[in-house]
Ligand binder design. Structure first.
Ligand SMILES: [Zn+2]
Length: 287
């Protein structure tokens, strides 16, 4: 099982500033440490530039990331979603990120782009306009074939820590390791069934406190499950990559699920044996 790990939203997760006890820089440093520990290379961070205008000192987070041999790619300036704006506004936001991330983008071997929330647009016209612009700019859109909802586990974890409930925090961590392994197997099997061949998967992590604390155990667990981490570049060959940006869909789902949904053969987002676990974490996340 070959997978390429990617990060989204460096330097600062758009939903919230880190809580007490964490900093944006510290979170990313922990994740860098986990990547190094597990010899995972060729990792791209799909980055937004808005935090750099607000907090210019965050440029150090990107400097350190690139200094460790990882790469930065475009994830729009302000993390806007295409359905919320015109194609023109979205294109301007892509270009603004190209300008503001200019110190780091050229250090990557490839010019890559990821749509915020992996949303390719809600009309064929907007999808076409943005695809044409990406092509003009020489940007390759990159999607995700498996994510583990660590942003939901993050909220459950924060609630457990705030309540000083150590047993709950331990449950959140342990359940994530089981869940993420099961989710990866589920997504890899669905992608293989859809594309008719084994693909190199693309997974995703965010710079949230929970992920900083679990990243090393998470990578170790996936390796135990047979995952081999490869550079993202390797995952951009083959049928999965050719399908990126090819359909219009309103749902927040991974690549092969978008294609299957459009074809009228939707597949389960979460493996059946993990649905109750996920529902319990959603409850804990709501507090
Ligand atoms: Zn994002």
């Amino acid at each position: 099982m070959k997978i390429a790990f990617t990060m989204d939203d460096l330097p600062l997760w758009p939903v919230s500033y880190p809580p007490a006890g964490y900093t944006a820089e510290g979170i990313v440093a922990s994740i860098r440490g986990a990547l190094k520990q597990h010899s995972i290379s060729g990792v791209y961070s799909f980055s937004n530039s808005w935090p750099l205008l607000k907090n210019p000192e965050f440029s150090k987070i990107l400097d350190d990331w690139v200094g460790d041999g990882y790469y930065i790619a475009n994830h729009t300036h302000s993390h806007i979603e295409l359905p919320d704006v015109t194609a023109e506004a979205f294109i301007e936001d892509i270009d603004a990120a190209e300008r503001h991330l200019a110190p780091w983008l050229p250090k990557a071997p490839l010019k890559l782009f990821r749509h915020p929330l992996c949303h390719w647009g809600e009309t064929p016209e907007k999808l076409g306009d943005v695809n044409a612009h990406l092509q003009r700019r020489g940007l390759t859109p990159v999607d995700v074939t498996s994510w583990a909802y660590e942003w939901t586990w993050n909220r459950a974890y924060r609630n457990a820590l705030d309540a000083q409930d150590e047993a709950a925090a331990e449950h959140v961590k342990a359940s994530f390791l089981d869940f993420s392994a099961a989710q990866l197997r589920h997504d890899m099997a669905a992608a293989e069934a859809w594309f008719g061949e084994e693909i190199i998967g693309i997974t995703l992590g965010h710079n949230v406190p929970f992920f900083a604390d679990i990243a090393s155990d998470y990578f170790a667990r996936l390796k135990e499950e047979g995952a081999v981490f490869v550079p993202l570049e390797d995952a951009l060959q083959g049928p999965a990559q050719r399908a990126v940006g090819s359909v219009v869909l309103g749902e927040f789902v991974v690549l092969q699920q978008k294609l299957a949904a459009i074809a009228g053969r939707p597949t389960p987002k979460i493996p059946e044996a993990q649905v109750a676990v996920h529902a319990r974490i959603v409850e804990m996340a709501m507090g």
